[in-house]
Design a protein around this ligand. Structure first.
Ligand SMILES: Cc1cc2nc3c(=O)[nH]c(=O)nc-3n(C[C@H](O)[C@H](O)[C@H](O)COP(=O)(O)O)c2cc1C
Length: 184
């Protein structure tokens, strides 16, 4: 059982990364294998809308980092995916990443996994950010293990959001219970 955490923020050590890592660290402490990937510094080009993936069953864009990250998603059982809130929604980098997964939609290649949506805002808009991530997860037939919303502006601020940390820990506990029931 593998748990993969992705932060779509361009801040490598930003609030989204911190909140995703709260979940991953608690899973690790319970002996579950986890991996964290930040999209910061990665080149994720936008979907071209060419629809060539319908035949190829994979995105035709080859000169960027999307392939490497999506292969890790294909290899995971639980995906914890987070984004900062930019103008009341996910940031562009996260959206580029999500849009490119259309190439895997035709054959429902991501179906059957579990998903957790994570989002951080300074003070407004996090609900829609969560909705966008959950829309991505449900379209691909992930089953939801819930969502975690955090508040913070400067890097690290979210670690002071006690409610968010508690929700992140509870979410990790759900993942841990899932692993225990699967493996006895
Ligand atoms: C371009 C931009 C747009 C933003 N839009 C919003 C917004 O609509 N609502 C909000 O509450 N915060 C907004 N913020 C603040 C970020 O959501 C906040 O700083 C968050 O903690 C960043 O997460 P990160 O550290 O993971 O990048 C915006 C920040 C930037 C740079």
């Amino acid at each position: 059982m593998k748990v993969l955490g992705i932060s779509g923020s361009m801040r490598k050590e930003g609030n989204t990364a911190s909140l995703v890592k709260v979940i991953l660290n608690r899973c690790e402490e319970a002996g579950i294998k986890t991996e964290f990937v930040s999209l910061a510094g990665k080149k994720i080009l936008p979907c071209l809308g060419c629809d060539k993936c319908r035949e190829k069953k994979w995105c035709i864009i080859e000169n960027d980092d999307w392939d490497g990250v999506i292969k890790k998603v294909l290899d995971c059982d639980v995906l914890v995916i987070g984004s900062p809130t930019y103008y009341f929604d996910v940031n562009g980098h996260t959206k580029n990443f999500i849009d490119r997964t259309y190439s895997l939609y035709h054959d429902r290649k991501l179906a059957g996994r579990k998903g957790v949506a994570v989002a951080v805002h300074a003070n407004k808009g996090v609900t829609r950010t969560i909705q966008t991530i959950e829309g991505f997860l449900s379209t691909h037939e992930f089953s939801s293990l819930g969502s975690v919303k955090g508040t913070g502006f400067h890097e690290g601020d979210v670690l002071g959001d006690a409610e968010a940390i508690q929700k992140a820990e509870k979410t990790a506990d759900k993942i841990i219970r899932l692993v225990k029931t699967r493996h006895g």
